[in-house]
Each structure stands twice: as C-alpha cells, then as structure tokens.
Design a binder for this molecule. Structure first.
Ligand SMILES: Nc1ncnc2c1ncn2[C@@H]1O[C@H](COP(=O)(O)OP(=O)(O)O)[C@@H](O)[C@H]1O
Ligand SMILES: [Mg+2]
Length: 238
C-alpha cells in the first residue's frame, strides 16, 4: 500500500472575502513528485500556504503526514521545507552563513562537514560557498535552500514556481536534484505554470483552474506525462 504524505480533502480557501480554492481534493504519496499546474491567480500559492498553515481552510481539510495542519502547525513546519517564489535567504550572508543561521533557528545542530556534504549534494561550486548570496543566480540560491532542506532532513518539500527564471542548465540540475530526493523518499509538492517543466519531473500533474482542480494526469509506468495532452487541457476554454 502506498503511504499518503499530503492530502487536501474537499478544501476550500478564501482570501479576504474572496473564494480562491473551491472543493479541492488530491493526495500525494510518500516519495512522489506532484505538480499543481495553473495560470496566474489559479490558487497555486494559496494551496501551498494552506498546507503550511499560513491560511486556514474555509471548509474541508489539509493533512501533512497524516496530521491535520490546523491543529499541528508546528509539526508541519518542522517536517516541511518551503521554497517560496522569491527565496527568503539573506543576501548579505554567504551560503554557509545562511545555512548555519537557519539551522540554528530550526534548532538543528549540524557540523561544518555536514554542511559541506549537503552543498556537495546540490552541486554548489566550492568557490561560491563563501560569497554573499547577493552575487548568486536564482539557481544557486535555490541550491542553498535545498541543501538546507536536506540538512533539516525535511520529509516534505513545497516548491513555488521553482523553475521560473532558471536557465536550461539550472533547470536540468534542479530536475535531477528533485528526482534524487524523491527517490530517497522525500515527498514533493510543486506548483508551477510551466506545462513542460511539470510533465518532465512529476509523477502526476493536477490542473488547477480558477481555484478548481479540473484534472489529474498520471505518468505511464517508466514514462512521462504527455505535455501536449496537458497543454490542450490547460489551454481549453482559456
Ligand atoms: N494576500 C492576498 N490577499 C487577498 N487576495 C489574494 C492575496 N494573494 C492572492 N490573492 C488572490 O488569490 C487568488 C489566487 O492567488 P494565488 O494563490 O497567489 O495564485 P497563483 O499562485 O496560482 O498565481 C488571486 O485571485 C489573488 O488575487
Ligand atoms: Mg503563485
């Protein structure tokens, strides 16, 4: 039996008085990469914020590792790593300093050699590690954020538009890294408006339109989801 890591059950969420998500149901298995695909304003970021306990469900529920988020916010944030659209690391600190600082906030003690090993794992160039993040590309900042997730041993990764603004080489590196983490058991929920990127990396792609989940596409055994098929559904009625 596959274990469920994340579940949205008849979830509706409003922001202010405006309904943003309507009756959404999906789950993500342990070690799966699930991509939620949708246009601007579809409710993708709202979904992630709800899983992290920053926005309350108006009705329905979200669970992380079988615990309802609303009553277990601390547990959920401890188990999760969240990469927002704009990485929230400190530009005036270097990679090692950022990592040490955020590990100490999370009360996760790690040695200097653990930190170097995690930076090796994400392939951040050694010469860059002592440089301020203000000189980094988005891809490099993302590597630092993912190495932090690795050091925290976060079993769940929430990614908001992770490949937007990355060059093709950085996208390939990112895809390889996410595939490796998921193979090791990390559950990944990413949201994106990039049809091809979603199909390239995800085992399943959910299509979100104006706050409703209108379809879920699944990769065939050993293959990839057809981007043409998803693109047609994405563009339909747009
Ligand atoms: N801070 C906010 N306050 C009120 N409404 C918001 C806020 N952020 C987003 N919204 C609204 O919620 C809807 C979904 O936004 P969002 O989840 O950010 O979409 P996406 O990430 O898919 O682009 C949009 O209509 C947007 O205007
Ligand atoms: Mg968004």
């Amino acid at each position: 039996m596959t274990e469920i890591a994340l579940k949205a059950d008849s979830l509706s969420v409003s922001r202010g008085r405006v309904p943003v998500l309507s009756d959404i149901t999906f789950d993500v298995s342990v070690g799966e990469v699930f991509a939620l695909l949708g246009g601007n304003g579809a409710g993708k970021s709202t979904t992630l914020l709800t899983f992290l306990g920053f926005l309350p469900p108006r009705s329905g529920s979200v669970t992380v590792l079988n615990k309802p988020v609303t009553q277990n916010v601390e547990f959920v944030r401890q188990k999760s790593a969240y990469l927002p659209e704009a990485a929230n690391l400190y530009p005036h600190l270097n990679a090692r300093e950022n990592i040490k600082y955020f590990l100490s906030l999370a009360k996760v003690p790690r040695s200097a050699s653990d930190i170097e090993a995690a930076l090796d794992e994400v392939s951040l160039a050694t010469e860059a590690r002592g440089r301020r993040l203000s000189s980094y590309s988005k891809g490099m900042r993302q590597k630092v954020a993912i190495s932090l997730a690795i050091l925290r041993q976060a079993p769940v990764l929430f990614l908001d538009e992770p490949t937007s603004g990355l060059d093709p080489v950085a996208i390939d590196e990112f895809n390889q890294l996410i595939t490796k983490l998921s193979a090791a058991g990390t559950t990944v929920l990413m949201v994106t408006h990039d049809v091809y990127g979603a199909c390239q990396i995800a085992g399943r792609v959910g299509l979100l339109k104006a706050g409703s989940l209108v379809g879920v596409f699944e990769a065939p055994e050993g293959g990839q989801i057809s981007p043409e098929e998803v693109h047609r559904a994405f563009a339909e009625g747009a």
